[in-house]
Design a protein around this ligand. Structure first.
Ligand code: NAD
Ligand code: ZN
Length: 390
């Protein structure tokens, strides 16, 4: 079958790989109809995410039609149209029982590697690095979804188009959890770093959860524009204005109550995805005097404020922890517990409270995927979110 595969830094190809098939009684196989490209895929593309192997199939934002069902799966049947959460969860362990699905104990076969590198074992995740299980991803004609017997894919109402529901696989829940992690009190000001696809859903969710004001920061004109129109945000273009000064001014010298890092690892430094980690470091520390996003947040957030970080990081980050401690900041972060949000957020789509497709600017076939990755990475052609249609 055809799939999007990783072949080293900035080398994404569409290749032939072995067909997805049932390998365990808890598996299902789906024929993929839509599959998002995510900012996390850019971390993979640029080589920032460790433990990728040449030929790995990427993609963790899929939906499609169930084609085959393992003998232990009774919650799904052949022909069901489903959206697939990127986190794999057993549904039985301590963490799944408390809906912390991305921390599931039992779905990562590379626990030893993860323990050694990170000191803990996260759940398995589709189309991600070998540290997260090394499962083949969903930017492909078909996808094996393991652990589908207790949680995982859920059925989609027939009258909702793929574009309306595919982003439930990741970024709508991710934006929602990031906003929830701010513990927003009625009327509070939420500042969001980044106006990428994830950040757009942080803005939507911040309003749903009671924000009184949303301020969004980026430098890409189309993304800032989307933040203003769809996200009803006031915006700061960080290439034109000093973010700290502007936020001080906008909040009467106090700083935002809640700050969200919707950007993540340093290969995004300065608003461009650097080609190599060395380039990123140059952009951060030599070529520009902008602090990394988390340090800028520590500086800007009000005393006793709340910081939420959906942005993905790898390894160590140089942080102004002393300032954060003395300011009494609270931090919450993590890979999204997608299963926790699937049904409630699907209901919001069904009820017409939100149409998540507003963020999708481009569609592409699997053959067009390498060009689509370049467009998404370089933010050309007004590209904000690409959905592949295998
Ligand atoms: P994206 O790359 O499209 O968006 C990042 C945005 O940040 C871009 O618009 C960029 O211009 C902007 N930016 C870069 N540097 C900046 C700075 N210094 N200040 C303000 N803005 C800046 O990616 P995305 O798809 O929106 O994903 C965003 C992050 O969320 C990534 O790190 C991704 O890995 C992560 N993510 C996390 C989860 C999770 O489960 N926690 C899920 C999905 C994505
Ligand atoms: Zn994603």
């Amino acid at each position: 079958m055809k799939a999007v595969t990783w072949h080293g830094r900035n080398d994404i190809r569409t290749t032939e790989v072995p067909d997805a098939r049932i390998e365990d009684e808890r598996d299902v196989v789906i024929r993929v109809t839509a599959s998002g490209i995510c900012g996390s895929d850019l971390h993979i593309m640029t080589g920032a995410a460790p433990a990728m192997r040449h030929g790995d199939v990427i993609g963790h934002e899929p939906m499609g039609v169930v084609e085959e069902v393992g003998s232990a799966v009774t919650r799904l049947a052949k022909g069901d149209r489903v959206v697939v959460p990127f986190t794999l969860a057993c549904g039985r362990c301590f963490f799944c029982a408390s809906t912390r699905f991305s921390l599931c104990d039992n779905t990562n076969p590379n626990a030893e590697m993860a323990q050694k590198q990170m000191g803990h074992t996260p759940s398995g995740m589709l189309g991600y690095t070998h540290m997260l299980g090394g499962y083949a991803g969903g930017q492909a004609e078909a996808l094996r979804v393991p652990f589908a017997d207790r949680t995982g894919p859920i059925k989609v109402p027939e009258d909702l188009s793929d574009d309306r529901v595919v982003l439930l696989s990741d970024i709508f829940p991710t934006g929602y959890m990031a906003a929830e992690n701010c513990d927003i009190q009625e009327g509070e000001t939420v500042a969001v770093w980044g106006c990428g696809p994830v950040a757009q859903f942080v803005m939507q969710s911040a309003w749903m959860l009671g924000a009184g004001r949303v301020i969004a920061i980026d430098r890409v004109p189309e993304r800032l524009e989307m933040a203003r129109t769809h996200g009803r945000a006031e915006t700061i273009d960080f290439s034109q204005e000093d973010v700290y000064e502007r936020l001080q001014e906008m909040t009467g010298g106090r700083g935002p109550d809640c700050c969200v890092d919707g950007v993540g690892a340093e290969n995004h430094a300065g608003g461009l995805v650097a080609d190599t980690l060395e380039d990123a470091k140059t952009a951060l520390h030599l070529g520009s005097d902008r602090p990394n996003v988390l340090n800028e947040i520590i500086r800007c957030c009000r005393k006793g404020g709340k910081v939420s970080c959906p942005g993905v990081y790898f390894g160590k980050v140089d942080l102004a922890w002393g300032a954060a401690m003395n300011k009494g900041l609270q931090f919450k972060m993590g890979q999204t517990h997608v299963q926790r949000y699937l049904e409630p957020l699907m209901q919001k789509v069904v009820d017409g409270e939100i149409d998540p497709s507003f963020v999708i600017t481009h569609h592409a076939s699997l053959d067009e995927a390498p060009a689509a990755y370049d467009r998404f990475k370089n933010k050309t052609d007004g590209c904000i979110k690409v959905v592949l249609t295998p």
